[in-house]
Design a protein around this ligand. Structure first.
Ligand code: NAD
Length: 509
């Protein structure tokens, strides 16, 4: 994507390719001011009791859900999602996200007591207190333009942070809609929306935020991480992938076929965890392919498989298909743009080899290449021969074997007999290994990116001195040695006690 600078965004309908409007971007010169306003709002917000912050998320849920139909319509118009997907993957999941965080946040933010040995540390209380980091800078892609921002903003706000976020330049209308919902639910400036492209994203990283949370392509993530590193800004990156499915010979074949067809083609394959390559046991390969082809032929372009987001995405998908065919692959279904808008039909390829781009690079489109394997070790090795590592799925009736096999694929998420769908869960960690990024969203591990633990030590001792304070001398050493003897396994308890008590008495004499 070219740097948009200050040029207004051109808004298109991906179902037709037609221009439907324009939107002003946030001038990059305004970004620092936006972060400063968010910081001021955040300072007030952080001082509010957790109950009040939870109240704001309940208000957000009310406003969001009361406008659900409008949200779904905007997703259909801007991204081209089939309505069923708009509702299930962005609205129902958001409802679950609000509830999940409201249920656990008291426990997750509670002080964590540090266990202390009362002999070494008498009358002391040490706790870890989780404080907000301040202002979270959030940079978002377009493929789940409603749910993805929420999965960071909800826990960030609960934890007492302010957020300045930027929707994708391809999801500006969804971004504006969310912005109006945030304005209705939150105090002024607590969550500020910037509009624009990479220039605004870069300005946000430079704008004085305390953390950066980025979801998008590997190239975008790398650029953001480099920029953030210059400022020593902690960053978490949720990036692309090339997720494999491994189908074992004892799989429930109909479930594997239906699951993998959905995994490859929902959101028109524009899901970071889409099934982008399949390795099937050679013994069931022909039957599997036949069933996948039949299931794919039954999909309706438009109502089951939406359009790609833009012309570049369409060209990329078709480029992968034509290069694979030129190198010997066979198109079993689909294989050429429909000619309408940015639609590309669900496409199945066989005869693929691991050196083809279609098996190595993220396609991010409705394309399913299927290969076979003859041993499980081979399947794992080929699944791992990738720079990416977001998710992998293994399909088998033998759950234990499948789980063990999935654990050998280097990913952040593994599935047995399912795929893709846990990203939106508030309680599940979502994140990848290798070039799929670092850090996670969701779960207490995602919350970690949004809080700073402060160690708080309160001493209730009445004594004038601690053991380890001045003056030093033989008595201190004798006392310390005695304490070690008292506590180490197999220590000389009696002489230890004598040394410790003797040292102590002499020390304070
Ligand atoms: P992208 O990297 O082009 O853009 C993502 C966001 O980053 C946009 O808001 C964009 O304006 C901004 N941006 C891009 N370059 C930037 C730069 N140099 N500096 C600052 N900001 C910059 O990605 P996209 O096309 O919007 O999204 C698709 C990609 O996102 C796919 O690779 C997909 O796999 C990945 N993705 C990953 C996850 C995940 O959870 N791992 C989820 C959704 C999408």
């Amino acid at each position: 994507m070219a740097d948009l600078g200050e040029t207004p965004l051109t808004l298109r309908d991906p179902r037709t390719g037609a221009v439907v409007g324009e939107m002003q971007v946030t001038p990059t010169a305004d970004v620092e001011g936006a972060v400063a306003r968010a910081r001021a709002a955040g300072v007030v917000w952080a001082s509010k009791p957790l109950e009040e912050r939870k109240g704001a998320i309940r208000r957000l849920a009310d406003v969001f859900l009361s406008r659900a139909a409008e949200i779904a319509d905007t997703l259909v118009a801007e991204i081209g999602k089939p309505p069923g997907e708009a509702w299930t993957s962005e609205i129902v999941t958001a409802q679950e996200l609000f509830d999940a965080w409201l249920e656990v946040i008291d426990d997750e933010l509670a002080d964590i007591p540090v266990p202390l040995n009362p002999i070494n540390y008498p009358a002391k209380d040490v706790v870890l207190r989780l404080e907000p980091v301040g202002v979270v800078g959030l940079i978002m892609p377009w493929n789940y333009p409603i749910h993805l921002p929420l999965r960071t903003i909800v826990p960030a706000v609960l934890a007492g942070n302010a957020v300045v976020w930027k929707p994708s330049e391809y999801a500006a209308r969804c971004g504006a809609l969310l912005d109006s919902i945030f304005k209705a639910a939150f105090p002024a400036d607590l969550v500020i929306t910037l509009q624009g492209g990479p220039a605004q994203g870069a300005a946000l990283v430079d704008g004085g935020v305390d953390r950066v949370v980025f979801t998008g392509s590997v190239a975008g993530g790398r650029a953001v991480a480099q920029r953030a590193a210059a400022r020593l800004l902690p960053t978490s990156l949720e990036l692309g992938s090339k997720d494999p499915a491994i189908v074992l010979h004892d799989a429930n074949l109909d479930r594997a076929v239906n699951g993998i067809v959905w995994g490859a083609f929902h959101n028109a394959g524009q899901d970071c965890a889409s099934v982008e390559r399949v390795y099937v046991d050679a013994r069931i390969y022909d039957t599997f392919v036949e069933k996948v082809v039949a299931a794919t032929q039954a999909l309706r372009t438009g109502s089951d498989v939406g359009p790609l987001i833009n012309e570049a995405a369409l060209q990329k998908v078709h480029g992968h298909v034509t290069a694979a065919v030129a190198a010997g692959a066979t198109v079993r279904v689909g294989g050429a743009p429909t000619g309408e808008g940015y639609f590309y039909p669900a496409t199945v390829l066989t005869g693929v080899t691991d050196d083809m781009a279609v098996m190595r690079e993220e396609t991010f489109g409705p394309l399913l290449p299927i290969a076979s394997f003859t041993s499980e070790d081979e399947a794992v090795a080929r699944a791992n021969a990738s720079p990416y590592g977001l998710t992998a799925s293994v399909w088998s009736k033998d759950i234990r074997r499948a789980e063990a096999l999935a654990a050998r694929v280097t990913t952040g998420v593994s599935f047995v007999n399912n795929c893709c769908f846990t990203g939106p869960m508030g309680g599940a960690a979502w994140g990848g290994r290798k070039e799929s990024g670092y850090g996670v969203t969701g779960s207490r591990f995602g919350l970690e990116a949004l809080v700073q633990p402060r160690t708080v030590c309160v001493d209730r001792s009445r004594g004038a001195k601690e053991m380890w304070w001045y003056p030093y001398g033989d008595n201190l050493v004798s006392m310390a040695r005695g304490l070690v003897e008292l506590t180490r396994p197999g220590g000389a308890r009696l002489s230890g006690a004598r040394m410790a008590v003797g040292g102590l008495l002499n020390r304070w004499k």
